[in-house]
Ligand binder design. Sequence first.
Ligand code: SF4
Length: 347
Amino acid sequence: MTVKRKAVALISGGLDSMLAAKVILEQGIHVEGINFYTGFCIEGHTHAIRKQERARAKRNNALWVAEQLGIKLHIIDVIDEYKDVVINPKHGYGAHLNPCLDCKGFMVGKAKHWMDEHQFDFIVTGEVIGQRPMSQRKNTMPIVARESGANDRLLRPLCAKILAPTLPEREGWVNRDQLLDFSGRSRKPQMALATRYGLNDYAQPAGGCCFLTNEHYSAKLADFWQARGGKHYELDDIMLLKVGRHLRPRPHFKLIIAREEGENNFLEGYRRQYTHFRTLSHKGPIALLDGSAGTQDLHLAAQLVARFSQGRGSPTVQVSITEKDDNTQTLDVVPLSNNDIPQGWYI
Ligand code: SF4
């Protein structure tokens, strides 16, 4: 009797990992998916919050992919363990604060544990040689396989034909001839394959699967670490870096100012953890103050918040300031003008 082999596929919610799982499913292998939640995932965050994104479907793309493929998906929270990957990446960062090579090794390593625990046979990823400058190069592929402990139980169906045969191929669990030889940055082959499979609704390819590849997000994280005097964070900290305008008028405090209604609602949820500002005389955003602020700092912050309210052209704006202990004061302030705000305040 032939044993039915089982593969666990890393599912990000994007096209590549979806196709990789599909290629293996097509060979009659039992496939289940794993999706890791690091806290930096773009999935369902900005799109869910910002009003201008409301037209986009609010869905968890990893679950959507699993549903399209008809496979079971395991969503695993790795928020705490992942901190070490972001804070101390052995292989360093990519163009921004994205530790892609360490991240891949970490995720495949977690998948390897899961595979062993659940008696699965091999791991599938959607990596394509040359697709991403840091983690998906021919010379980094063996590093991920080795450091994760997955070794040759790690199969990359989209580029397997240009890599050495892995255990599933050598053992005949999968047919190497039906695997692919994609390489490079072009996404046309993936799109053509998706069409062939009749998969036409998938997340659009973006710069990466997480916020760490984003220049602005990375700048905010670097600023946050500098202000805190060390590389550490909690989930709330990295969530707030995804939302609002961030300005640091003084080294010891910054303001997070909502840019629109969706962000306003989101920041409302954090108001008890921070000193927060509202404009009373005019419509305006909620703003949170992160850090410590004396009397002059609070006045300056109120002037800044007034600048982003509908009272920006008025002689004065009334602003309420509520501290964490619920102590509230009201100030009448002159809104700052654009010229009063140095570009360097914007993080
Ligand atoms: S883009 Fe983010 S999630 Fe994707 S490999 Fe790089 S660090 Fe990891």
